[in-house]
Design a protein around this ligand. Structure first.
Ligand SMILES: Nc1ncnc2c1ncn2[C@@H]1O[C@H](COP(=O)(O)OP(=O)(O)OP(=O)(O)O)[C@@H](O)[C@H]1O
Length: 224
C-alpha cells in the first residue's frame, strides 16, 4: 500500500502541493489528472524518491521514504515524460544494456517477453527507426525489467495513436491484475483514464476535469 500523509512542496514562493494525502492499495491503477502546472509531475517525482517533500511523509508497504529510500527505490519503476533510450541501438541492445544495470537480473528471454506482451515486436530494429508509440513502449518495457511493485508513469501515452494507447492500457491492466503491480499514471486523455484506471485523483484548483469525469459517472477524489 502507498500512503502519502499531508505533504507540502513549494518552489521558491510558489506553493505546488499543499497538505496532500492519499492512499492507494496494491494492484490498483490510479489516474492522476489536473491542468498543466497543477503539480502531477512534482508528486510523481516525490513518489519516485527523486524529490523530497518539504513537509509530510510517504510510506510504501509500511516503509518510510525518509528512512528506507534505497530499499524503496528498488521497488519502484518510474517513466518520466522524456524518453530515456538509446536511439542508435536496437530494441534488443537497449533491453540488454538496461538489464545489466538493473537491480534484478531477469535474463534476456524475460526481457523479450515483456516487449512481446506489449506488442513491441521489432526486437532487432534500431530504435531510431521505430514509431513514437513503439519508443514509448520500449521506455516502459525498460522500467519493468526489475519487476517493480509500484509503477509511476508520467504521460506514458502522450502523442501516440489510439492503437498503441489501447495496447499500453491493456498491458498495464494485465500487469496490475496478474502481478499485483500498483500503477499511477498521468494523462490528459479522459477516455483513456476512464477506460484503463480503477479510480481518479484530481490535483490542482481547476474543476474542469472533475466536471468532465463526474459527467461520465467516474468518481473523482480531489487532492487539493
Ligand atoms: N524545478 C522547478 N523550479 C521551479 N518551479 C517548478 C519546478 N518544477 C516545476 N515547477 C513549477 O511547479 C508547478 C507544477 O509543475 P509540474 O511539472 O509538477 O506540473 P504538472 O501538473 O506535471 O504539469 P504538466 O501537465 O504541464 O506536465 C508549475 O507551475 C511549474 O512551473
Amino acid at each position: 500500500m502507498l500512503e502519502v500523509q499531508s505533504i507540502y512542496k513549494r518552489y521558491q514562493k510558489k506553493i505546488v502541493l499543499e497538505n496532500v494525502s492519499l492512499t492507494i492499495g496494491q494492484g490498483e491503477i490510479v489516474g492522476l489528472v489536473g491542468e498543466n502546472g497543477a503539480g502531477k509531475s512534482t508528486l510523481l517525482q516525490m513518489l519516485a524518491t527523486l524529490m523530497k517533500p518539504d513537509k509530510g511523509e510517504i510510506y510504501w508497504q509500511g516503509m518510510a521514504y525518509h528512512q528506507q529510500q534505497k530499499a524503496i527505490r528498488q521497488k519502484i519503476g518510474f517513466v518520466p515524460q522524456d524518453l530515456a533510450i538509446w536511439e542508435h541501438f536496437s530494441v534488443e541492445d537497449n533491453m540488454r544494456y538496461f538489464e545489466r544495470l538493473s537491480w534484478k537480473r531477469i535474463g534476456i528471454s524475460a526481457c523479450q517477453q515483456i516487449c512481446q506482451d506489449m506488442q513491441l515486436t521489432q526486437w532487432k530494429e534500431p530504435v531510431s527507426s521505430l514509431s513514437g508509440g513503439m519508443k514509448r513502449k520500449l521506455n516502459l518495457a525498460i522500467s519493468l525489467i526489475h519487476q517493480p511493485e509500484l509503477l509511476l508513469l508520467d504521460e506514458p501515452t502522450v502523442g501516440i495513436d489510439m492503437r498503441s494507447k489501447q495496447e499500453i492500457g491493456r498491458f498495464l491492466q494485465q500487469l496490475a491484475r496478474s502481478q499485483g503491480t500498483t500503477i499511477i499514471y498521468t494523462s490528459h486523455d479522459m477516455n483513456e483514464i476512464e477506460q484503463f484506471t480503477d479510480r481518479v485523483l484530481l490535483i490542482g484548483k481547476d474543476r474542469y476535469y472533475e466536471e468532465l469525469l463526474t459527467a461520465k459517472g467516474i468518481q473523482v477524489d480531489c487532492l487539493s
